[in-house]
Design a protein around this ligand. Structure first.
Ligand SMILES: [Zn+2]
Ligand SMILES: [Zn+2]
Length: 102
């Protein structure tokens, strides 16, 4: 049997884990505002936004251990900063600028 979507158990576990830790940057403690961010991208096996639910609980726990808990705002800033640095290095003729907001 292949299960699709995050099981209730996994979902609850992740929610409690987030709440317990809170945002590492600003201390936000509401689970719904919290994301998981891979500290080292090279160690990333999979992201949590996509198909994490179809992984086994053990695999998810192992993956979470590589992550920091961070709120959506701080997460955006963190990646935004990387993006700004990447854009700063682009030549003026480059057209690939990100769209801010949809
Ligand atoms: Zn934060
Ligand atoms: Zn991230």
């Amino acid at each position: 049997m292949t299960s699709r979507g995050t099981s209730k158990k996994t979902f609850e576990w992740i929610r409690q884990y987030k709440e317990l830790h809170g945002c590492e940057v600003c201390g936000e403690g509401r689970a719904l505002c919290l994301d998981l961010h891979h500290r080292d991208r090279s160690e990333k096996s999979f992201g949590f936004s996509d198909k994490a639910g179809s992984r086994s609980f053990d695999k998810i726990i192992k993956e979470i251990a590589k992550c920091m808990v961070i709120c959506a705002n701080c997460h955006r800033l963190l990646h935004g900063q990387e993006r700004l640095e990447a854009i700063a290095k682009l030549p003026d003729t480059e057209q690939e600028f990100p769209l801010w907001g949809e």
